[in-house]
Design a protein around this ligand. Structure first.
Ligand code: URP
Ligand code: ZN
Ligand code: ZN
Length: 763
């Protein structure tokens, strides 16, 4: 139950689709804030195919499992949460929510039926660009002009792209779903184009105008809408076992809610306990997710402890299980936190295997220290959470992670960037040439940490997450500006939801409040509202930060993150004009609170297409558990590792070639202390240069200019009649002659060293 009167709640029905069936000549202003790329009328392009009169008939078949799909009501989730409550486990122990009866979903995802209609004729091949390293997976040109010109594309590419996109080898072909998204504006990260999109078997087959489509094609009218790649949420924790309980949104409710908001893929974290096998954790997460997910998902894997075996498992996960990112924790002392040594080891291993190192950047030692002080002071409420980990605690760890990663040449990805100063660290390091990426989340872009000071405990506790939201209403705008200028790249949610009764584990002690907030359902709308409607980003940038950049960084582009031939048909048909009011009363998530409660947002996912199936229709979700697939993320993403090798070569330390030192070397006694060098008169100046050169190859200024024998360094040099001061002010050339070839040193000859007789040690 939402308890606080201070936030206004929407009484209107959720997701009221206000999409007007505009006539062709009434197409409204397309998108606000487009800058120079002003709305333009749809161009009726020409197509290789002619017009097919019966092509636009709604005949898309649906799977029996889709028809059967049951949609849990809010009541279901309440019951579920109540039952979960009794299943709490202590820290360090994992729970298997899938073993709970109430979590068993209809896993029927069979896809062995459908209407097979005639094959599309193969008209021509699309020219591909000359191969470049980062083109390895390209199936289309990323050049907008080229793409626009290719209004007709060939299905001949489909078998090739099936292979490129990792499909086909299992021979499983889903029903011949045929879908035409008609009359919308296709938005990619680098271009917008008025075009229809034709989909078959879950893959985009044609993008263009006046497309020829076969009979049995269902049409989604997209006039007045933007047709964008489905969102990729880079950071979720569905049913995470955490702080004695587990997140209430599981892989079913969480991914279903994701679809409702226009997100068609999530990236979750398999997190082993200290000492536990990473591979086992991975398999456990797969066993939880596979039967439940309604949309595609990938996994990052946590590194919560270090030994050689962990390094080997990282390699195995990368090579055999499709994992290309590992999250290291700099907080959660005594459970998941790694010290600097272990961070360095894990970074080195990430680099070795071509994976991306991710960090939760907060200084866990400082947090522990501060927490004890606050509890001593009697501060036990949720504000203590924020007070114990102020902004600089995040910024320090962010900086340290950047330095450590850079020192071993490992690309770094900072998850949940929550503060201005942590974001500044990422920006500045990027300016210094570090390979570092930053991920703000829906929460940090859409709300702030003033809520920790709310009088209602439940309200304040609902916002507890780590790193905390910042009690500064400028932070969300600041982070959005950095997304706009490219200093930050992706957006996740850190969706990790706990209902009131779970949060209440910490009613007397803020350190026991399970950390986490919602976001997976509302991320797209919140970013649209705070980014596009505010004029900070345009729709192309919206696509970049909600999907494309993630697809590139995690090496699944252009399978994901692009509307192009050969890409997965994961598409959101976005109504930029419609509005809705976010509320826990109407959201799909299982959690009983929404941190964006009362926020009115423009931008609604009227239709969401996942694997070519319409899973959201005019705001209504028709998702099926198990319908999503695990998406392997290959190592060595060219967008991450593309410049690492050259950078290593360019920055490699260079040895100075010089003649070896062949003079005397002092002897150390067994305490490591210097002993006097006993020797007779040595007839060369070498005797004076006992310390060897400095690291830069210069003369060591600690060399003595006299010798125990009483000889002085320039005894062999003819006495000069005059001293020429070349730089008298800084003294660097004192005593040197212009053509003097003898070693130069800024020291003065001492005939009578302090202490009288030379002792043999330095002074
Ligand atoms: O509060 C948070 N962030 N909960 C999830 C675990 C994590 O650190 O990402
Ligand atoms: Zn974290
Ligand atoms: Zn997280």
């Amino acid at each position: 139950m939402q308890c606080c009167a201070s936030v206004s709640m929407s009484s209107g029905s959720r997701r009221a689709s206000r999409f007007l069936q505009e006539k062709e000549d009434e197409v409204p202003q397309w998108i606000p804030g487009l800058g120079t790329d002003k709305p333009r009328p749809r161009t009726l392009g020409t197509s290789f195919f002619g017009y097919v009169p019966d092509a636009f008939v709604e005949k898309t078949p649906f799977l029996p499992s889709e028809k059967k799909a049951t949609t849990p009501t809010p009541k279901d989730s309440e019951t579920k949460e109540a039952e979960h409550k009794s299943e709490g486990a202590p820290n360090g122990q994992y729970l298997d929510p899938s073993s709970s009866k109430e979590f068993q979903r209809d896993m029927d995802a069979s896809s062995d039926e459908g209407v097979v209609t005639e094959e599309v004729v193969v008209p021509q091949r699309v020219e591909r660009r000359a191969a470049e390293p980062w083109d390895a997976q390209s199936v289309d040109s990323t050049d907008g002009a080229h793409e626009a010109a290719c209004s007709v594309v060939s299905t001949a590419l489909s078998s090739a792209t099936d292979i490129l996109h990792g499909r086909g080898s299992d021979g499983v072909r889903s029903a011949q779903n045929r879908l035409l998204i008609k009359g919308g504006r296709v938005v990619n990260d680098d271009m917008m184009q008025d075009a229809d999109v034709y989909i078959e078997d879950g893959i985009i087959k044609q993008v263009g105008t006046n497309l020829h489509t076969p009979g049995g094609t269902r049409v989604v009218e997209a006039k007045g809408h933007l047709v964008m790649p489905g969102g990729i949420d880079t950071h979720t924790h569905m049913q995470l076992p955490f702080m004695g309980t587990f997140a209430v949104d599981d892989f079913y409710t969480g991914t279903r809610a994701a679809l409702a908001g226009g997100t068609t893929m999530i990236m979750d974290f398999a997190i082993p306990q200290k000492g536990e096998s990473l591979v086992e954790a991975y398999h456990r997460w797969r066993s939880w997710a596979d039967p439940k997910v309604c949309c595609d998902y990938a996994l990052h894997v946590g590194v919560t402890w270090w030994c050689d075996k962990v390094g080997k498992e990282m390699e195995e996960l990368t090579e055999e299980h499709g994992i290309n990112s590992f999250k290291m924790f700099m907080a959660y002392k005594d459970t998941w936190q790694l010290d600097d040594h272990d961070l360095l080891e894990s970074f080195k291993q990430c680099k070795e295997i071509g994976a991306l190192a991710q960090v939760h950047a907060e200084n866990g030692d400082i947090i522990k220290e501060n927490t004890a002080k606050l509890l001593d002071m009697g501060i036990t409420g949720p504000e203590g959470h924020e007070l114990s980990r102020p902004e600089e605690v995040e910024a320090e760890a962010t900086n340290r992670a950047c330095v450590l990663a850079n020192q071993v040449g490992c690309p770094l990805y900072v998850v949940h960037v929550m503060s201005k100063s942590a974001a500044d660290v990422v920006s500045n390091k990027r300016r210094q040439g570090h390979i570092v990426f930053g991920e703000p989340i829906a929460a940090s872009l859409g709300t702030d940490g003033t809520h920790y000071y709310h009088k209602c405990w439940r309200h304040a506790a609902a916002h507890v997450m780590g790193p905390p939201l910042r009690p500064d209403c400028e932070t969300p705008k600041y982070l959005m500006d950095l997304l706009a200028n490219g200093d930050l790249q992706t957006t996740g949610t850190d969706n990790c939801t706990f209902s009131a009764s779970q949060k209440a584990l910490g009613k007397d002690d803020f350190t026991k409040i399970p950390n986490g907030v919602n976001g997976v359902e509302d991320r797209m709308s919140v970013i649209w509202e705070k980014g596009v409607v505010s004029g900070k980003i345009d729709p192309c940038k919206f696509v970049a930060v909600t999907s494309t950049n993630a697809a590139k960084i995690f090496n699944i582009y252009p399978k994901k993150g692009r509307i192009a031939v050969g890409s997965d048909a994961d598409i959101v048909v976005w109504n930029p004009h419609a509005t809705r009011t976010i509320s826990a009363k109407t959201h799909y998530q299982a959690v009983d609170f929404n941190i964006f409660e009362g926020m009115e947002v423009h931008g609604i996912a009227d239709y969401v297409i996942c694997h070519g199936r319409v899973v959201v229709e005019e705001g209504n979700v028709r998702a099926v558990s198990g319908m999503g697939k695990f998406v392997p993320t290959p190592s060595h993403s060219p967008y991450v590792y593309g410049r690492v090798q050259e950078r290593d070569i360019a920055n490699a330390p260079k040895k100075v070639d010089r003649a070896p030192y062949d003079g005397p070397v002092i002897q150390l006694n067994n305490q490591g202390l210097t002993q006097a060098v006993e020797s007779s008169i040595i007839p060369t100046n070498q005797e004076f240069y006992t310390r060897g050169p400095t690291r830069c190859g210069g003369l060591n200024l600690h060399d003595s200019s006299f010798h125990v024998s009483g000889r002085q360094i320039d005894d062999d040099i003819r006495p000069r009649t005059s001293i020429k001061l070349l730089s008298p002010c800084n003294g660097t050339s004192l005593g040197a002659q212009m053509n003097d070839k003898s070693p130069k040193r800024p020291s003065v000859k001492v005939h009578n060293p302090p202490g009288g007789k030379a002792s043999g040690s330095f002074w």
